[in-house]
Write a protein of this length. Structure first.
Length: 304
Protein backbone atom coordinates (compact mmCIF):
# COMPACT_ATOMS: atom_id res chain seq x y z
CA UNK A 1 0.00 0.00 0.00
CA UNK A 2 1.48 3.39 -0.99
CA UNK A 3 2.61 5.64 1.83
CA UNK A 4 -0.12 8.35 2.01
CA UNK A 5 2.33 10.99 3.27
CA UNK A 6 4.67 10.38 0.35
CA UNK A 7 1.75 10.38 -2.10
CA UNK A 8 0.55 13.66 -0.58
CA UNK A 9 3.87 15.50 -0.87
CA UNK A 10 4.35 14.29 -4.46
CA UNK A 11 0.93 15.65 -5.40
CA UNK A 12 1.71 18.94 -3.66
CA UNK A 13 4.97 19.22 -5.60
CA UNK A 14 3.21 18.53 -8.90
CA UNK A 15 0.54 21.14 -8.22
CA UNK A 16 3.11 23.78 -7.22
CA UNK A 17 5.94 23.11 -9.70
CA UNK A 18 4.57 20.94 -12.51
CA UNK A 19 6.32 17.94 -14.03
CA UNK A 20 7.77 15.44 -11.53
CA UNK A 21 9.47 12.18 -12.48
CA UNK A 22 11.01 9.28 -10.60
CA UNK A 23 14.75 8.83 -11.14
CA UNK A 24 15.58 5.38 -12.49
CA UNK A 25 16.98 2.95 -9.93
CA UNK A 26 15.38 4.52 -6.85
CA UNK A 27 11.92 4.55 -5.32
CA UNK A 28 12.60 7.75 -3.39
CA UNK A 29 14.47 10.05 -5.79
CA UNK A 30 12.53 12.45 -8.01
CA UNK A 31 13.38 15.24 -10.43
CA UNK A 32 11.44 18.43 -11.11
CA UNK A 33 11.09 19.60 -14.69
CA UNK A 34 14.25 19.36 -16.78
CA UNK A 35 16.36 18.46 -13.73
CA UNK A 36 15.62 21.83 -12.13
CA UNK A 37 15.87 20.08 -8.76
CA UNK A 38 16.35 16.59 -7.38
CA UNK A 39 14.40 15.55 -4.29
CA UNK A 40 15.18 12.59 -2.04
CA UNK A 41 12.06 11.79 0.01
CA UNK A 42 12.42 10.04 3.37
CA UNK A 43 9.65 9.20 5.83
CA UNK A 44 9.47 8.27 9.52
CA UNK A 45 6.75 7.59 12.03
CA UNK A 46 6.92 9.64 15.22
CA UNK A 47 7.67 7.12 17.94
CA UNK A 48 7.23 7.52 21.74
CA UNK A 49 9.05 10.54 23.22
CA UNK A 50 9.02 12.11 19.76
CA UNK A 51 11.74 9.86 18.35
CA UNK A 52 12.13 9.55 14.57
CA UNK A 53 14.44 7.43 12.45
CA UNK A 54 15.53 7.86 8.83
CA UNK A 55 17.87 5.84 6.65
CA UNK A 56 19.62 7.64 3.78
CA UNK A 57 21.17 5.36 1.19
CA UNK A 58 24.70 6.27 0.20
CA UNK A 59 23.99 5.54 -3.47
CA UNK A 60 20.94 7.83 -3.49
CA UNK A 61 22.89 10.67 -1.89
CA UNK A 62 25.51 10.39 -4.63
CA UNK A 63 22.82 11.15 -7.20
CA UNK A 64 22.21 14.50 -5.49
CA UNK A 65 25.84 15.59 -5.78
CA UNK A 66 26.42 18.32 -8.34
CA UNK A 67 22.68 18.96 -8.69
CA UNK A 68 20.17 21.28 -7.05
CA UNK A 69 19.42 18.48 -4.63
CA UNK A 70 17.15 18.40 -1.58
CA UNK A 71 16.56 16.02 1.31
CA UNK A 72 12.82 15.93 2.02
CA UNK A 73 11.89 14.63 5.48
CA UNK A 74 8.28 13.59 6.15
CA UNK A 75 6.64 12.71 9.47
CA UNK A 76 3.24 11.22 10.25
CA UNK A 77 2.28 13.90 12.81
CA UNK A 78 0.89 16.41 10.32
CA UNK A 79 3.88 18.77 10.56
CA UNK A 80 5.16 20.45 7.36
CA UNK A 81 7.81 18.65 5.34
CA UNK A 82 11.42 19.79 5.56
CA UNK A 83 13.36 20.56 2.37
CA UNK A 84 17.07 20.64 3.18
CA UNK A 85 19.55 21.57 0.41
CA UNK A 86 21.92 18.63 0.16
CA UNK A 87 24.83 20.95 -0.67
CA UNK A 88 24.53 22.40 2.84
CA UNK A 89 25.25 18.96 4.32
CA UNK A 90 27.33 17.23 1.66
CA UNK A 91 30.58 17.72 3.57
CA UNK A 92 28.93 16.48 6.77
CA UNK A 93 27.82 13.21 5.16
CA UNK A 94 31.22 12.83 3.56
CA UNK A 95 32.69 12.73 7.06
CA UNK A 96 30.01 10.41 8.46
CA UNK A 97 29.95 6.60 8.41
CA UNK A 98 27.23 4.36 7.04
CA UNK A 99 25.73 1.48 8.96
CA UNK A 100 26.23 -2.12 7.81
CA UNK A 101 23.27 -1.76 5.41
CA UNK A 102 24.96 1.11 3.55
CA UNK A 103 22.66 3.78 4.97
CA UNK A 104 23.37 6.88 7.00
CA UNK A 105 21.19 6.82 10.12
CA UNK A 106 19.77 10.22 11.03
CA UNK A 107 17.04 11.54 13.30
CA UNK A 108 14.85 14.60 13.58
CA UNK A 109 14.76 15.69 17.20
CA UNK A 110 12.49 18.27 18.77
CA UNK A 111 13.66 20.52 21.58
CA UNK A 112 10.45 22.24 22.61
CA UNK A 113 9.21 23.54 19.26
CA UNK A 114 12.66 23.62 17.63
CA UNK A 115 13.62 20.86 15.21
CA UNK A 116 17.16 19.63 14.83
CA UNK A 117 18.72 17.09 12.46
CA UNK A 118 20.97 14.64 14.31
CA UNK A 119 23.65 12.83 12.31
CA UNK A 120 25.58 10.26 14.32
CA UNK A 121 29.09 11.45 15.29
CA UNK A 122 28.63 14.62 13.24
CA UNK A 123 26.36 16.65 15.51
CA UNK A 124 23.01 18.37 15.71
CA UNK A 125 21.94 20.97 13.17
CA UNK A 126 19.05 23.41 13.54
CA UNK A 127 16.66 22.93 10.60
CA UNK A 128 13.95 25.48 11.43
CA UNK A 129 14.91 27.48 8.33
CA UNK A 130 14.10 24.55 6.05
CA UNK A 131 10.39 24.12 6.88
CA UNK A 132 7.94 23.96 3.99
CA UNK A 133 8.31 24.39 0.24
CA UNK A 134 9.95 27.82 0.23
CA UNK A 135 13.60 26.63 0.39
CA UNK A 136 12.89 24.55 -2.71
CA UNK A 137 10.91 27.32 -4.41
CA UNK A 138 13.71 29.85 -3.92
CA UNK A 139 16.27 27.51 -5.44
CA UNK A 140 14.27 27.35 -8.67
CA UNK A 141 14.44 31.11 -9.21
CA UNK A 142 17.96 32.51 -9.50
CA UNK A 143 16.65 36.05 -8.96
CA UNK A 144 15.80 35.18 -5.37
CA UNK A 145 19.20 34.92 -3.70
CA UNK A 146 19.69 34.04 -0.06
CA UNK A 147 20.25 37.31 1.74
CA UNK A 148 21.92 35.82 4.78
CA UNK A 149 25.39 35.85 3.19
CA UNK A 150 25.52 39.60 3.73
CA UNK A 151 24.35 39.64 7.35
CA UNK A 152 26.69 41.14 9.93
CA UNK A 153 27.39 39.70 13.37
CA UNK A 154 25.09 42.30 14.96
CA UNK A 155 22.29 41.61 12.49
CA UNK A 156 22.42 37.88 13.23
CA UNK A 157 22.31 38.73 16.95
CA UNK A 158 19.27 40.93 16.33
CA UNK A 159 17.42 38.20 14.44
CA UNK A 160 18.18 35.55 17.07
CA UNK A 161 17.04 37.91 19.81
CA UNK A 162 13.84 38.68 17.90
CA UNK A 163 13.12 34.97 17.33
CA UNK A 164 13.41 34.41 21.08
CA UNK A 165 11.09 37.33 21.77
CA UNK A 166 8.48 36.09 19.28
CA UNK A 167 8.65 32.69 20.98
CA UNK A 168 7.80 34.47 24.28
CA UNK A 169 11.21 34.17 25.95
CA UNK A 170 13.00 36.93 27.80
CA UNK A 171 16.16 37.76 25.85
CA UNK A 172 19.61 38.74 27.10
CA UNK A 173 22.32 40.32 24.94
CA UNK A 174 25.66 41.47 26.41
CA UNK A 175 25.63 45.13 27.45
CA UNK A 176 28.47 45.90 25.05
CA UNK A 177 26.40 44.62 22.09
CA UNK A 178 22.99 46.13 22.86
CA UNK A 179 23.79 49.43 21.12
CA UNK A 180 24.94 47.61 17.98
CA UNK A 181 21.69 45.72 17.36
CA UNK A 182 20.04 46.53 14.03
CA UNK A 183 16.38 47.34 14.67
CA UNK A 184 15.77 48.03 10.98
CA UNK A 185 15.46 44.27 10.37
CA UNK A 186 13.31 43.35 13.38
CA UNK A 187 10.68 44.98 15.54
CA UNK A 188 12.24 46.57 18.63
CA UNK A 189 11.46 45.08 22.04
CA UNK A 190 12.83 45.36 25.58
CA UNK A 191 15.79 43.17 26.47
CA UNK A 192 16.37 41.81 29.96
CA UNK A 193 19.19 43.62 31.74
CA UNK A 194 20.99 40.74 33.45
CA UNK A 195 21.67 37.04 33.76
CA UNK A 196 18.90 35.18 35.63
CA UNK A 197 19.39 34.21 39.25
CA UNK A 198 20.75 30.78 40.09
CA UNK A 199 23.67 30.79 37.68
CA UNK A 200 26.26 32.55 39.85
CA UNK A 201 29.03 30.03 39.11
CA UNK A 202 28.91 30.73 35.39
CA UNK A 203 27.62 34.31 35.45
CA UNK A 204 30.84 35.81 34.02
CA UNK A 205 30.83 33.39 31.07
CA UNK A 206 27.10 33.75 30.44
CA UNK A 207 27.38 37.55 30.39
CA UNK A 208 29.56 37.24 27.26
CA UNK A 209 27.28 34.85 25.31
CA UNK A 210 25.87 36.59 22.22
CA UNK A 211 22.18 35.73 22.79
CA UNK A 212 20.45 33.94 25.68
CA UNK A 213 16.81 32.90 25.74
CA UNK A 214 15.38 32.89 29.27
CA UNK A 215 12.13 31.23 30.24
CA UNK A 216 9.98 34.08 31.53
CA UNK A 217 8.85 33.83 35.13
CA UNK A 218 11.03 30.81 35.92
CA UNK A 219 14.50 32.19 35.22
CA UNK A 220 15.49 29.02 33.38
CA UNK A 221 17.84 29.19 30.40
CA UNK A 222 16.23 27.85 27.25
CA UNK A 223 19.03 28.43 24.76
CA UNK A 224 22.53 29.87 24.33
CA UNK A 225 23.70 31.17 20.94
CA UNK A 226 27.26 32.06 19.99
CA UNK A 227 27.61 33.88 16.65
CA UNK A 228 31.02 32.94 15.25
CA UNK A 229 31.24 35.50 12.45
CA UNK A 230 35.02 35.88 12.35
CA UNK A 231 36.09 34.32 15.66
CA UNK A 232 37.10 30.63 15.88
CA UNK A 233 34.29 28.10 16.29
CA UNK A 234 36.47 26.37 18.87
CA UNK A 235 36.37 29.39 21.21
CA UNK A 236 32.57 29.27 21.35
CA UNK A 237 32.63 25.54 22.03
CA UNK A 238 35.08 26.06 24.90
CA UNK A 239 32.76 28.62 26.50
CA UNK A 240 29.85 26.20 26.17
CA UNK A 241 31.95 23.39 27.62
CA UNK A 242 32.92 25.47 30.67
CA UNK A 243 29.25 26.27 31.28
CA UNK A 244 28.16 22.64 30.89
CA UNK A 245 30.85 21.32 33.22
CA UNK A 246 30.02 23.93 35.86
CA UNK A 247 26.24 23.91 35.60
CA UNK A 248 24.71 20.91 33.78
CA UNK A 249 21.23 22.49 34.07
CA UNK A 250 22.18 24.51 30.98
CA UNK A 251 21.82 22.02 28.17
CA UNK A 252 20.94 23.69 24.87
CA UNK A 253 23.77 25.26 22.92
CA UNK A 254 23.97 26.59 19.35
CA UNK A 255 26.93 27.71 17.26
CA UNK A 256 25.72 30.17 14.61
CA UNK A 257 27.87 30.80 11.55
CA UNK A 258 27.96 30.78 7.75
CA UNK A 259 27.52 27.60 5.78
CA UNK A 260 31.22 27.18 4.90
CA UNK A 261 31.92 26.55 8.60
CA UNK A 262 29.45 23.70 8.98
CA UNK A 263 32.12 21.06 8.33
CA UNK A 264 34.57 22.79 10.65
CA UNK A 265 31.92 22.76 13.38
CA UNK A 266 31.47 18.99 13.04
CA UNK A 267 35.22 18.35 13.19
CA UNK A 268 35.77 20.58 16.21
CA UNK A 269 32.69 19.37 18.09
CA UNK A 270 33.81 15.75 18.13
CA UNK A 271 37.18 16.35 19.73
CA UNK A 272 37.65 13.92 22.66
CA UNK A 273 37.16 16.66 25.29
CA UNK A 274 33.71 17.60 23.96
CA UNK A 275 32.65 13.97 23.55
CA UNK A 276 33.67 13.17 27.12
CA UNK A 277 31.86 16.17 28.61
CA UNK A 278 28.69 15.42 26.63
CA UNK A 279 28.76 18.75 24.78
CA UNK A 280 28.93 16.95 21.43
CA UNK A 281 25.40 15.63 21.97
CA UNK A 282 23.97 18.96 23.14
CA UNK A 283 25.26 21.49 20.62
CA UNK A 284 23.65 22.27 17.29
CA UNK A 285 24.79 24.28 14.28
CA UNK A 286 22.60 27.08 12.91
CA UNK A 287 23.49 28.71 9.61
CA UNK A 288 22.89 32.41 8.85
CA UNK A 289 20.40 31.75 6.04
CA UNK A 290 18.40 29.54 8.38
CA UNK A 291 18.29 32.32 10.97
CA UNK A 292 16.86 34.71 8.42
CA UNK A 293 14.32 32.17 7.12
CA UNK A 294 13.29 31.20 10.65
CA UNK A 295 12.76 34.83 11.65
CA UNK A 296 10.85 35.62 8.46
CA UNK A 297 8.48 32.70 9.00
CA UNK A 298 7.79 33.50 12.65
CA UNK A 299 7.39 37.25 12.08
CA UNK A 300 4.96 36.57 9.22
CA UNK A 301 2.91 34.28 11.45
CA UNK A 302 2.74 37.01 14.11
CA UNK A 303 1.12 39.45 11.70
CA UNK A 304 -1.52 37.03 10.40
Amino acid sequence: MPNPYKVGILETLRQRFGQLQKIKGSESLFTLGDDAARIYIRYSKVHPRGRTFFGLREGDLRQLEGHNGFLCFLLDDGSPALFIPYADFEEIFRGAQTASDGQYKVQLRSQGDIRELYIARQGRFNVEGYVGLEPLARSLDTKLLREARDLSHSQVQTLLASIGHIKRYDVYVPDSDVGKLDWTIAERFSLRTGIPAGFEQVRDILSEIDVIWVTGGRDGIEGLFEVEHSTPVYSGLLRFNDILLTDPNVSRFSIVSNDVRRGLFARQLFRPTFRKSGLAELTSFLEYSNVLDWHTRLAKRETQ
